[in-house]
Ligand binder design. Structure first.
Ligand code: HEM
Length: 444
């Protein structure tokens, strides 16, 4: 954190106390409201005249978690806003570019956003890594020490963490995906109108998952009138399955081995049918086994297969960060469950009234993985030699670096993008010129 008492380089600004007069004159403790934060550790055991040393650690750990939850939500809200803002700009550029007879300006704007989105998602990932590790500090408390103050806590429980629920909802956990016990919020927050309002709002506004899906659905190259990635990909899969079938039936192969290989081919065919057949996809969606809309899934497959193309590099990193977030929250859940079993065993009820360990164990399944479809993308990969080659036009489109195709009236944004990618101005200019030229060739 930048020190609020940081030295000013200009001596004329120094105050008598040695602080800086450039700001509102707050001292470190005032700026950070430390009087509030550092006096917020109220040991219940001490109030009952049976002070337990470890209760201090228990409180501080939870408070640290809540502060980090706050930061994650702050970043998450900004990322969601960037995705939405992006959409508005996308519309604007569709208009502008169609007036100019082109379409690529929209994507250049997308990329300036994706870098910022990527930075913030990466920050969330790092915070979550810290939170996963933080559990171990609390584990230095022994179950016997915990038992000495646990009864004072009732009915308080992490189950009542509003921020944790908001975080889940903003990521995209849907009420119907939740374990039954955590579906009804009224039981927990019913008497807190503000909390209920925040929860309802987090359920009704677009979640990160929904926004990511919209963005994926706009992946360049999906349109049948353009590159028609999905049609090409489907033909490549058909060719692969036919190739595998031939191998399974090649002369001289033992009957048993041939049968086994054919079964594998059939199983693979069924897996691919589940993404090619929209009816099957819809059924999986309605059962909650798949979460992404069909076009979003297509965009994700395309980005994964062509991630080496410059324009897909950042989107691919975004997809990876989203999986990291899901993984780390699952790891946190797992570490928390293990800690709970260590502290209270697997038979005691939680202070929040759930079955404790058993309830928490049931939250470990895929149902809380918002981006589970991204994890499962690996199922739909095909060998490199079968990936449909890009057309010249598509290759050009995906190799264009930031800032290309912008019209004069978009130079302000162009400069903004130059800042964000840290390219030396001369190089940036040259790249732009070259790419724009080749882009014209490609479009011609
Ligand atoms: C000794 C340490 C801990 C124990 C024994 C414990 C125990 C429990 C239990 C039994 C539950 C289930 C709800 C219930 O109370 O009936 C729960 C839920 C929860 N706890 Fe903890 N907890 C501990 C530490 C923490 C910490 C450090 C955090 C950090 C914020 C935390 C956050 C949560 C959250 C968010 C839930 C709700 C999970 C969900 O519904 O998916 N807990 N905890």
């Amino acid at each position: 954190m930048a020190c609020p008492l940081g030295n000013s380089t200009d001596n004329s600004f120094e105050t008598d106390q040695g602080g800086s007069a450039t700001g509102p004159g707050l001292l470190y403790g005032e700026y950070l409201c430390l009087d509030k934060i550092l006096s917020a550790q109220r040991l219940l055991s001490a109030e009952y005249d049976k002070k337990v040393h470890d209760e201090h650690l228990f409180i501080v750990t939870h408070q640290a978690y809540e502060l980090w939850f706050k930061q994650i939500i702050y970043e998450l809200d900004s990322v969601r806003a960037l995705f939405q803002n992006d959409e508005i700009r996308h519309d604007k550029y569709v208009q502008t570019s169609s007036q100019n007879g082109g379409d690529a300006g929209t994507e250049a704007i997308d990329e300036s956003r994706t870098l910022e989105i990527l930075k913030r998602l990466h920050r969330i990932v790092l915070i979550l890594k810290l939170l996963v590790e933080q559990v171990t500090i609390l584990e230095t408390m022994t179950p016997l020490d915990f038992m000495a103050f646990r009864d004072y806590l009732c009915p308080a429980s992490g189950f009542q963490s509003l921020q944790f629920r908001l975080l889940e909802n903003k990521l995209g956990v849907r009420p119907e995906q939740r374990v039954k016990y955590s579906q009804g919020y009224e039981r927990v927050f019913g008497r807190d109108a503000l909390a209920m309002r925040a929860i309802r709002q987090s359920e009704s506004e677009p979640s990160l998952s929904q926004l990511v899906q919209k963005w994926l659905a706009r992946t360049p190259g999906l349109q049948t009138t353009d590159f028609d990635f999905w049609g090409k990909y489907r033909r490549a899969v058909d060719a692969w399955i036919a190739e595998q079938r031939q191998i399974a039936q090649r002369p001289g192969l033992r009957e048993e081995a041939s049968k086994q290989l054919l079964n594998q081919v059939l199983a693979r065919q069924a897996i691919f049918d589940s993404i090619f057949d929209e009816g099957v996809h819809a059924a999986l969606l309605s059962r909650g086994e798949r979460r992404f809309e069909h076009t979003a899934l297509q965009g994700a497959v395309m980005i994964t297969l062509y991630r080496d193309e410059p324009r897909f590099s950042q989107p691919h990193q975004i997809l990876t960060a989203l999986m990291d977030i899901d993984s780390l929250i699952t790891k946190w859940r797992y570490n928390h469950v293990l800690m709970v079993q260590r502290m209270i065993g697997s038979q005691q009820l939680g202070t929040g009234g759930s079955s404790g360990y058993q309830y928490l164990k049931s939250t470990l399944s895929d149902r809380y993985k918002v981006f589970v479809d991204l994890f499962n993308l690996s199922t739909f990969l095909i060998p490199r030699h079968l990936i449909p080659p890009l057309t010249k036009r598509m290759k050009t489109k995906l190799s264009i670096s930031l800032g290309c195709y912008l019209h004069d009236d978009t130079l302000a944004e162009d400069n903004m993008m130059t800042d964000s990618i840290d390219l030396p101005p001369s190089k940036e200019k040259k790249t732009k010129g070259n790419d724009c030229q080749s882009g014209k060739e490609g479009n011609g």
